[in-house]
Design a protein around this ligand. Structure first.
Ligand code: C2E
Ligand code: CA
Ligand code: CA
Length: 745
């Protein structure tokens, strides 16, 4: 089955993409945010480190000033050099407390004191990076000179002889010393309290060099907590943050202080990652579940849609087309009819299906209908269509030519197919059907109208007896209207006493002696006149009125026949009556009330009641026999003709269907069958009555095979009570007639 899930699949795909996009956007946003955080942190850090480098340069002043701004220092450097003292208070002291790498005292062009790594060395031979240091020293000297000049000018203006007190001049800067970037600081050594005279022109300069390595970097770690700081002349890689060393001389070979950035964003990301992944997984899982359900729902929907559209056109029980499908097909084919191309619409109604359904159960009924369906399907072959309209109504659509005989042949074929016995479960049953036919465009060219007319034709066929077909004729319509009215009027007819029991005599096989009678319902309609039983009995069965009607006839017949000597009274019971739990009680009450002798009563039942050995029917029949009521099997031969039932249900008498009697002398098998049935019945001790005896020849034959009783127009039609009493008075044996006359007076 092709699934119509195109748009649904596209929708699901769209939702999946949206969810995927959301998850990746979430990831991307986190990454971008982390990067932003890192970038701004990086900027902040480079600023901080840059400031720190500047501060370190100016902080040198403090370290140096404590030594350089001191009378003692001026004395011991400018006037004579007390090298051990200078070493103790300057070179060694700065190395030990401040980690300065080198210290010098410069006097003009000479280095008078030098300490390398805290060790005093010979000043003349000591390594001294003059190119890097001297520009700073010269800077201090010239600044000092101009300050000294200013002080001297002030002194001469004021005329006082005061000692000019010049504050130490300090200069610091970054430079490359022996190929290594370093911080170089220089300060003029000047007195603080003025107990010594300031050197006039060129003061001694204290110089210190701090390489940007080892201790310097350790200090940075201690101060700023930089990760893995390093100084190099190569530009560091992308993974490190760096600031250029702010060399005093711009021509200096550039160098950078770099460190590993503390990636705040990345750290955050790393911290967030598990929950991010968890959320994404949850989101994805949730969406997968939702999508899965959505997919299944759409698949289910598509499936049920397909099923619905199939159900919309197929009858589930039989697998045939349904009414809607049939109408569509018929409407589609109608425009192509005309001339020699005609369409036959054949309505098929099963005979006695309702009885089978009622007595054998719906499951059995369903199996039967499906079997009937497959037989009709076979008949429809390729160019026709078989449909079920519900219940036991089937319809065939078949193309036919202009020949009238073709339609009749079709109908006969259908009847023949339905007449074949059905084997369902343990049962083999014969059912048969009625067919009503219409032809397009002869009768109508409208699909609805054709169906309506075919329905009328099949109703007509049913009414006229079992296993026949009728082609629609316009006069049938009037009859249908009548049927509808009958349905409506039947209930009130019972109330108004329009239903009367008629009586038909039953004779001994000599044709002379009346042995009984059969009560047959007649409806004397005030306007329509006499309505025959075939027209209202089936309607009464369908509308549930039949039991009321049967009890009504029984009461009337018992009342009438009470005084008719010892003759028996046959009364018909419908299979539907046996569905009522009160049947036995009702019959007993009527017998009691009318004072009718139970042993004279013979209820006539049909074989459909017995099919399937219905336990309820068996119980009811047993109860009736307990009451001494006799049981006759009506219309024997028209249905299942099973002698097994006769024995099992202990039937008292058989009534051979009139179709057999009427075929005596017409077909070869009818007499043979009658002969056989009578023989078997006699062997079982069952009384045999022949129905529908119309001729002496029939009677003679029936007598010759040993039939017990006969009933038929030959002896009398069903007649009104008074007429039957008249009839009786002429035929009863003298003794009984006498009793009868006495009683009726
Ligand atoms: P059935 O029980 O087989 O009744 C016999 C039918 O055969 C009667 O038709 C009777 O008029 C007809 N008949 C009798 N002799 C001849 C004959 O020589 N030739 C022909 N061609 N027909 C003959 P009726 O009265 O029209 O009844 C038809 C059916 O209606 C009955 O068939 C019976 O099944 C049903 N029926 C009649 N009255 C009642 C009733 O009170 N209750 C029930 N449940 N069914 C009834
Ligand atoms: Ca009967
Ligand atoms: Ca009968």
């Amino acid at each position: 089955m092709p699934r119509n899930t195109g748009p649904a699949d596209r929708m699901i795909l769209a939702v999946a993409l949206v969810i995927l996009a959301a998850v990746s956007a979430m990831g991307a946003f986190s990454l971008v945010a982390a990067e932003r955080i890192d970038a701004s942190a990086g900027r902040r850090w480079t600023d901080l480190v840059g400031e720190s480098l500047q501060r370190r340069a100016s902080d040198l002043q403090r370290d140096l000033a404590s030594f350089a701004h001191w009378d003692e220092s001026v004395l011991r450097t400018a006037f004579f050099l007390d090298a051990p003292w200078v070493h103790r208070n300057f070179g060694k002291w700065l190395h030990d407390t401040r980690h300065h790498d080198r210290a010098y005292i410069v006097m003009g062009d000479r280095v008078t004191y030098a300490a390398i790594d805290g060790e005093m060395v010979a000043a003349r031979t000591a390594p001294f990076a003059a190119a890097a240091i001297m520009p700073i020293v010269r800077g201090v000297e010239s600044a000092y000179a101009s300050e000294a000049a200013q002080a001297a000018a002030q002194e001469s203006r004021s005329g006082e002889e005061t000692r000019p007190n010049i504050a130490p001049v300090f200069r610091a800067g970054y430079a490359t010393v022996d190929g290594v970037p370093a911080l170089v600081g220089a300060i003029s050594i000047t007195p603080d309290l003025g107990r010594v005279v300031s050197p006039t022109r060129t003061p001694p300069i204290a110089v210190t060099v701090e390489f940007l390595d080892g201790d310097f970097l350790r200090d940075l770690i201690a101060e700023l907590h930089l990760g893995d700081p390093a100084v190099s002349h190569e530009r560091p890689g992308e993974d490190r943050l760096a600031v250029p060393i702010p060399f005093s001389d711009p021509a200096e070979r550039p160098a950078w202080l770099s460190w590993l950035p503390e990636k705040a964003g990345a750290t955050l990301l790393r911290a967030l990652l598990p929950s991010l992944i968890g959320t994404a997984v949850l989101l994805l899982a949730a969406s997968v579940i939702v999508l899965w359900f959505a997919r299944r729902a759409t698949a289910d929907l598509a499936e049920s849609e397909a099923l619905a559209s199939r159900l919309a056109f197929v009858d589930p029980l039989s697998g045939l087309a349904n009414r809607a499908m049939f109408l569509r097909t018929l409407a589609a084919r109608l425009p192509r009819t005309g001339g020699t191309s005609r369409l036959a619409v054949l309505f098929v109604d099963l005979d006695g299906f309702k009885d089978i359904n009622d007595t054998l159960g719906h499951q059995f009924g369903d199996l039967l209908l499906s079997e009937v369906g497959s037989r009709l399907q076979h008949l429809a072959s390729v160019d026709g269509l078989a449909a079920r309209f519900g219940g036991d109504e089937f319809v065939l659509l078949l193309p036919i030519g202009p020949d009238k005989a073709e339609l009749e042949q079709l109908c006969t074929n259908i009847l023949e197919v339905l007449r074949q016995p059905f084997s369902i479960g343990a049962h083999t049953i014969v059912i048969g059907g009625s067919v009503g036919a219409v032809v397009a465009p002869d009768h109508s060219s409208s699909a609805d109208e054709l169906i309506r007319l075919a329905d009328i034709a099949v109703y007509r066929a049913k009414a006229e007896g079992r296993a026949t077909f009728r082609v629609f004729e316009p006069s049938m319509e009037a009859e249908l209207r009548r049927r509808r009215e009958v349905e409506l009027e039947l209930a009130s007819a019972l109330d108004r006493g329009e239903i009367t029991a008629y009586f038909q005599p039953q004779m001994a096989i000599d044709g002379e002696m009346v042995i009984g009678c059969e009560a047959l319902a007649r409806w004397q309609h005030p306007r329509r006149g006499m309505i025959p039983p075939w027209e209202f009995i089936s309607i009464a069965e369908q509308s549930g009125l039949i039991t009321r009607l049967d009890m009504y006839v029984l009461r009337q017949a018992c009342l009438a026949a009470r005084d008719w000597g010892g003759i028996k009274l046959g009364v018909n019971l419908s299979a539907v009556d046996f569905l009522s739990h009160d049947l036995v009680r009702n019959i007993a009450a009527i017998l009691e009330e009318t004072g009718f002798e139970p042993s004279r009563l013979e209820v006539e039942i049909t074989e459909t009641l017995l099919v399937g050995n219905q336990p309820e029917a068996f119980t009811i029949l047993s109860a009736l026999r307990e009451m001494n009521v006799r049981i006759a099997l009506d219309d024997f031969g028209s249905g299942y003709s099973s002698l097994g039932y006769i024995r099992r249900f202990r039937i008292d008498s058989l009534k051979i269907d009139r179709s057999f009697i009427q075929n005596i002398g017409v077909t070869d098998d009818a007499p043979a069958i009658i002969d056989c049935v009578v023989r078997l019945a006699r062997a079982l001790g069952v009384t045999v009555t022949a129905e529908g005896v119309e001729t002496r020849a029939q009677l003679r034959y029936l007598a010759s095979v040993g039939c017990h009783h006969a009933q038929g127009y030959l002896f009398g039609t069903p007649m009104r009570r008074e007429d039957f009493e008249q009839y009786l008075s002429q035929r009863l044996p003298r003794r009984e007639y006498g009793e009868f006359r006495a009683a009726s007076k």
